[in-house]
Write a protein that binds this ligand. Structure first.
Ligand code: 6PG
Ligand code: NI
Length: 187
């Protein structure tokens, strides 16, 4: 087999990989994700919220393979709610994933299939195991770009539907200058 390799800058998480993919998510694409609709309507829909660069060393859908990617969430808020990813479950529900924080500070918001919601603080060096069947979203709670690396199974896929309609059962908002994790229905 030919050598398959890429280069990661471990200081800033940037990736240089053969056939590297990337995507950009802007505010206009994330309307239903943030709770404060009137704050959202007043912001420029072209504002970049996050970017993902990733490497698919095997074809998407391959059983037993792995992917690798870097996500960068820019600092910002919609109303009181911090910029965050859309959030998803894996389409093949039992597929797990690793996240490792490179720079900035954030929160990993998780929800299991019983509706239990919790979070893990993300700081440079923190490594997070996201078990299968657990929906996940990341939030930039700081004032700098927040970057983490991820590795997930090449057949995991993404299911955005449940998060788009139900959310994750909690939101991360700024309160008295601090990032606070607030469960739905709590103050
Ligand atoms: C994945 C990872 C990760 C994630 C990005 C963007 O399964 O691919 O969890 O790469 O996709 O951080 O988040 P959203 O997919 O929720 O937009
Ligand atoms: Ni994932």
């Amino acid at each position: 087999m030919a050598p398959i390799f890429a280069t990661v800058n471990w200081t800033d998480g940037t990736l240089d990989a053969p056939g590297m993919r990337s995507l950009v998510k802007k505010l206009g694409q994330l309307k239903q994700v943030f709770s404060d609709q009137s704050a959202h309507a007043q912001m420029d829909p072209e504002t970049v919220v996050y970017r993902v660069w990733w490497w698919e060393p095997v074809e998407a859908g391959t059983e037993g393979g792995l992917f690798w990617g870097t996500t960068e969430i820019l600092p910002g808020k919609v109303g009181k709610e911090f910029f965050m990813t859309h959030g998803h479950q894996h389409a093949i529900r039992d597929r797990a994933e690793f996240y490792g924080t490179v720079s900035g500070e954030g929160m990993l918001v998780l929800r299991d299939e019983n509706g239990k919601t919790w979070y893990e603080p993300m700081r440079p060096g923190s490594l997070h195991y996201i078990p299968g069947r657990v929906a996940h979203r990341t939030v930039n709670t700081g004032e700098m770009p927040f970057r983490f690396i991820a590795s997930w199974p090449s057949d995991a896929g993404h299911d955005y539907d449940v998060i788009a309609t139900e959310g994750l059962g909690a939101r991360v908002i700024e309160k008295d200058g601090k990032a606070v994790f607030v469960k739905d229905g709590e103050q």
